[in-house]
Design a protein around this ligand. Structure first.
Ligand code: CA
Length: 265
């Protein structure tokens, strides 16, 4: 089977393991280079040489967790959340290509951040990659330092989002969101938001200036099983703007990024 698990649990100089990264790449040299660089940075690296091997590996992780202590009854998404911190996914892969694999992973409800790699660099590929649920996209050839920086940023954002319910408030200019109290104030005044609107705004405010496609928002807020139109997103954005913006017709908080989606701030 073309997959390997690094024999030694990599530790950062400080002795703290930074996280486990799954690298799915069929070009041996690239895969090795990435694995080496990430290991040196303190990450534990697991590699798979094609799409099928990657899926096998994800299912193996589930079995390993189920056989171990406390892994019983966990869903695949919960197992992945426990055992993987980041997936680096090449676009062109034998058996199952990167886009399909990304789609499959997200369909399983696995929310581990995904960095997509590709030799193609056109905007269409980038958009498609992000639409199927990748969090970031890097075009080959890339510098290893850039890859490491992107990985760090993705992990940081992901962890921030994970621990965010612990945060008493998320503030941006004159908007404050209190996750535990399900309360939002706009320019000092309490404003009522529906649960969906609250979730959307919480996501946006957790990632200021990050662009979200309609498909990504549908997936994160409505869930992977939602069958409906991406216009649903536009409608909710319109409602949010009416509550947030001084002038909803020229928004300054929820900004449209033409051809991509929406951004907060
Ligand atoms: Ca490839």
């Amino acid at each position: 089977m073309p997959l390997t698990l690094s024999s030694e649990r990599a530790k950062h100089k400080s002795g703290i393991k930074l996280g486990r990264v799954l690298v799915v790449e069929d070009e041996g040299l690239i895969s090795e280079t990435i694995a080496l660089a990430l290991t040196e940075e303190g990450y534990e690296v697991v590699t798979a040489a094609d799409g099928r091997a990657a899926l096998d590996l994800i299912h193996q992780l589930k079995e390993a967790e189920s056989n171990g202590n406390g892994g019983m009854g966990l869903s695949l998404s919960q197992v992945c959340a426990r055992s993987l911190d980041l997936i680096i996914l090449d676009l062109m892969l034998p058996y199952i290509n990167g886009l399909d694999l990304c789609r499959l992973i997200r369909r399983e409800g696995i929310s581990v951040p995904i960095l997509m790699l590709s030799a193609k660099g056109s905007e269409t590929d980038r958009v498609v990659g992000l639409e199927v649920g990748a969090d970031d996209y890097l075009t080959k050839p890339f510098g290893i330092r850039e890859l490491i920086a992107r990985c760090r940023a993705l992990l940081r954002r992901h962890h921030q989002f994970q621990v965010q319910p612990e945060r008493p408030s998320i503030k941006y200019q004159d908007i404050a969101l209190y996750p535990q109290e399900c309360r939002i104030t706009v320019r000092g005044e309490a404003v009522n938001f529906s649960p969906k609107e609250f979730k959307i705004l919480e996501l946006f405010m957790s990632y200021p200036r990050r662009v979200w496609s309609r498909e990504q928002l549908l997936e994160r807020i409505w869930g992977p099983d939602f069958i409906g139109d991406s216009k649903t997103v536009d409608v909710h954005i319109r409602w949010l703007r009416e509550k947030l913006e001084v002038d909803p017709s020229s928004p300054t908080y929820l900004v449209t990024v033409r051809g991509f989606g929406y951004r907060f701030g």
